[in-house]
Design a protein around this ligand. Structure first.
Ligand code: AMP
Length: 205
């Protein structure tokens, strides 16, 4: 994985659009679930936006870990925290932000099925075409030849911390680091944001 991967910065308008699209698909299919399972951490915001649109009150969380830091996979995906509530006998929709390798969602849906869910479907905002697992619903597909690291609004500071640090190590200047991120990653940001991200303490990956 390159130090400065191609990025696509997305915003809250995109998140709203994806959620609208997914809610519409699920509703049209007549498959509004009883429970949403939100994959920690990328699936939390999409699941909450979907719950609002589908009128659902029940969101259960499940933690999958795969990509250690921005754009750097750390080996095989693992489920590191179990379901926060029961799913037995329920119709379930497992929600994540993106399927890239697809390992996280594949593991998660199998885990939910093994805990007795009556029906398990899945939904993601984005789907990369090389993923080994295809979610039941996805709002947008990215062609495998155009792989990008998607900077979601719920991951902006974390991604900026990782990539901004690399850029700052090369440039030793916040303005030059922001320029480097724009030119080499296609990641639009400001010198003030790079400075703020680097002042934030290191996080547990
Ligand atoms: P996966 O490789 O499908 O198991 O991806 C696991 C998780 O890593 C996703 O739910 C995202 O939170 C994150 N992730 C993987 N690939 C990307 C990407 N290209 N852009 C942004 N986040 C990603």
């Amino acid at each position: 994985m390159p130090d400065f991967p191609r990025c696509r910065r997305t915003g809250w308008d995109d998140a709203d659009r994806w959620a609208d699209f997914l809610a519409e698909q699920v509703t049209r299919a007549g498959r509004v679930p009883e429970t949403l399972v939100a994959l920690t951490r990328g699936g939390w915001v999409p699941a909450r936006l979907l719950a609002d649109r589908l009128g659902l009150k029940r969101i259960v969380s499940l933690r999958a870990q795969h990509w250690g830091v921005t754009a750097t996979p750390s080996g095989k995906a693992e489920l590191t925290e179990g379901l926060s509530g029961p799913v037995e006998g329920q119709t379930v929709l497992v929600v994540d932000d993106i399927t890239d390798t697809g390992e996280s969602l594949e593991l998660a849906t199998a885990h939910v099925a093994s805990h007795g869910a009556r029906r398990v479907e899945s939904a993601t905002c984005l789907h990369i075409s090389h993923s080994r697992f295809v979610p039941t619903y996805h709002a947008e597909t990215i062609d495998r030849d155009h792989w990008v690291w998607v900077v979601f609004p719920w991951n902006y500071w974390e991604d900026l911390q990782t990539l901004g640090r690399r850029a700052f190590e090369e440039t030793h200047d916040f303005g030059a680091a922001a320029k480097l991120l724009q030119e080499r990653c296609g990641f639009p940001t400001t010198p003030a944001d790079v400075e703020r991200a680097l002042r934030t303490g290191a996080r547990d990956p």
